[in-house]
Write a protein that binds this ligand. Sequence first.
Ligand code: FE2
Length: 131
Amino acid sequence: MPKFGELIQTADWKSEKHVPVIECADQIGADEVFDVKVSLGKEVDHPNTTEHHIRWIQLYFKPEGDKFAYQVGNYEFSAHGEAAAGANEGPVYTHHAATASMKIKKPGTLIATAFCNIHGLWENSKEIKVG
Ligand code: FE2
């Protein structure tokens, strides 16, 4: 039986449209509130249609030397052109991007996961320093 982690794919976000891109400062001050933008399609667009879209992005922080990762946020993208008139006839599409405001006490790793409704789970990570 596959373990959940084995189902999460990764690649270079510059060439693979499913990989979440994490954008924030490389180094921040301890207890300084900073923004982290997580998105898909910075280089290669991912579709946003009723049939094919990103359902959610989750952001985690794993402090250096800590056994556990902590969830920072869960961002759901609920509208993809659905309507009574039919697929892609709806008036609204949620774009697959979110910004978290957060602070940390220790350096560590930001980890983002994204779920495509037909291509499954993807992840990326970014180191962040404090000081
Ligand atoms: Fe996809």
